[in-house]
Design a protein around this ligand. Structure first.
Ligand code: SAM
Length: 285
């Protein structure tokens, strides 16, 4: 099979097909074979596991995934990339190429064969940067449990994944990740390893979903809503954020925040995960 990280092979497929790079789909293709292998190495597990790849592009990671796993589902939104993938991987058994938008896809449904057979699930993606946090949260909150998730993200986004309360990188995304998973930083990847070259470097992260959420909450949707509300207006007090996002009066918001043990005048971004869990319990359903 051709090497799908080789710039000459990538350019040849572009010449032969109607493909062109779409910035709005975050299309920066990996052109470094060693980096692609190392990313796939981080996924671990066994040949029998079922792997979901999000955004395979021309197959830089896919080519190594199919060597290691018997059941790979590659979900790609761009029909032109699907055309190239179908051509390149026509002989590959065990690979299912699916056209779809990851944000609209029912992931448990997509992987239902593997789930029925009791396979362990793993997910991998050189993520399109415009939907990084949505995709990660979607994987973590899916009813399908993933043993391991390996993603490449923009380097500055990786700082948000493990930021501490009160720091500038601490965000709703940080809190939610901490709720669902353990997060490890693997290695950085230079912007020169892509075609076309993005302006910024990237980082490969390994996310290990917890079997049980890190803290208990009685209503997960309300917890997520509370976290998002607290970060919705960075320079406003918790009182303003809660009252605005839950559409309740300031008096009611004040009462509810106080009943959870917090000062309504604080900024939400100083709260840690257990504090957010406590706050959410005092919010309206
Ligand atoms: N995996 C390839 C690589 O490493 O060379 C391509 C990575 S590129 C950064 C991101 C890929 O995600 C592109 O192929 C793009 O078309 C695809 N993509 C973008 N938005 C998507 C979506 N909503 N659902 C599925 N795939 C998407």
């Amino acid at each position: 099979m051709e090497n799908m990280t080789s710039p000459s092979v990538i350019n040849e497929y572009i010449r032969r097909s109607d493909f062109f790079f779409k910035k709005n789909l975050g299309q920066n293709f990996l052109r470094d074979e060693n980096v692609a292998r190392s990313i796939v190495d981080e996924l671990g597990g066994d040949r029998e596991d079922a792997v979901l790849e999000i955004g395979p592009g021309f197959g830089a990671l896919t080519q190594f995934l199919i060597q290691r796993y018997d059941d790979v589902t590659a979900l790609e939104i761009d029909p032109f990339a699907i055309g190239v993938l179908t051509d390149v991987f026509s002989e590959a058994g065990g690979l299912k190429i699916v056209k779809g938008d990851v944000l609209k896809q029912d992931l448990a449904g997509l992987l239902s064969d593997g789930l029925r057979e009791g396979k362990k699930l793993r997910a991998i993606s050189n993520l399109p940067y415009y939907i990084t946090s949505q995709v990660i949260i979607k994987l973590l909150s899916s009813e399908a449990h993933f043993e391991n998730i390996v993603v490449m993200v923009q380097k500055e986004v990786s700082a948000r994944l493990s930021a501490l309360p009160g720091t500038k990188d601490y965000s709703a995304f940080t809190v939610l990740l901490n709720y669902y998973a353990d997060v490890y930083r693997c290695f950085d990847v230079s912007h020169t390893c892509f075609i076309p070259e993005p302006r910024v470097d990237s980082t490969v992260m390994r996310i290990v979903p917890l079997r049980q959420r890190r803290v208990a909450v009685s209503d997960e949707d309300r917890f997520v809503r509370t976290v998002k509300a607290a970060f919705s207006m960075r320079r406003k007090t918790l009182l303003n954020c809660i009252s605005m996002n839950f559409s309740i009066s300031k008096d009611e918001a004040k009462e509810r925040i106080r009943s959870a043990g917090f000062d309504p005048g604080i900024r939400g971004e100083i709260l840690d995960l257990p504090q957010f869990a406590a706050l959410s319990e005092a919010m309206p359903l």
